[in-house]
Design a protein around this ligand. Sequence first.
Ligand SMILES: [Zn+2]
Length: 267
Amino acid sequence: MYHRAKFYNRLIVKGELVLLKPLHIGRAGEDIYPGVTENQVLRDSSGRPFIPGSSLKGVLRSFTESLLYDEDKGKSKSCLSTSQPCLDKDEVKKIKEQWLKDPEQLFRKIYERLCPVCRTYGHQQFAGKVLFEDLDLIEETYPGVTEVRAGVAIERESGTAAEGKKFETEAVPAGTKFRFSLTAENLTAEEMGVLLLGLSALRRGEIYLGGMKSRGFGRVQLQEGRVTVIDGTKAYIDFLLRSEDEEGKDLASFLQEKEELILNLVR
Ligand SMILES: [Zn+2]
């Protein structure tokens, strides 16, 4: 039985996220708004472009939902978190009323009702088990300037080109790399499969981030991926006592080793 206060295992994945195409992640972290003349890329406090971990997490989650959702609820390993959540507000309310005096049972009842994707990536009532860190620029790979692409503004209401209105979109050039790091805690075998499915796609260059995807922007790939798995309390304490960082396993061979966990999700 899963207890939230206990340590079971930890998975750490590090690598480099490479832009295969230019990337535009705007200040709102969303797709661009047509008609806005300046679409600058998101920057950190020192002015360097970066990728919010939450953006990457959101895209991997939607990708995973689209693969694992099935209209047949008995078969489905995922809900559609934004339109058809596995546990809606009314159901949460009912569970809360029933287990108000027993927080541990309340937690358990909610967790048990969540689909594997919500258990992994989170739900309004549950923080999820994966932390995606913000991705910082690897300076040597960045030419120091962004690209500016001109486009034609589209009227939001009519969907047609606005006469004479142009807009420019700033993008980080292809080839730029960012530092990738995620930590997942206490995953079950099924939840590990959910996470690895997303990482497989990321390693294959199947994931698109940010805006202007219709123009081919935002294709990214995880390269040089290394995985460290710490299984059990003793292994964790050993890890804490070690002075140097472990290199980790190659991500590609790790995914191969664990492919059963991923395939089990669609059986
Ligand atoms: Zn769900």
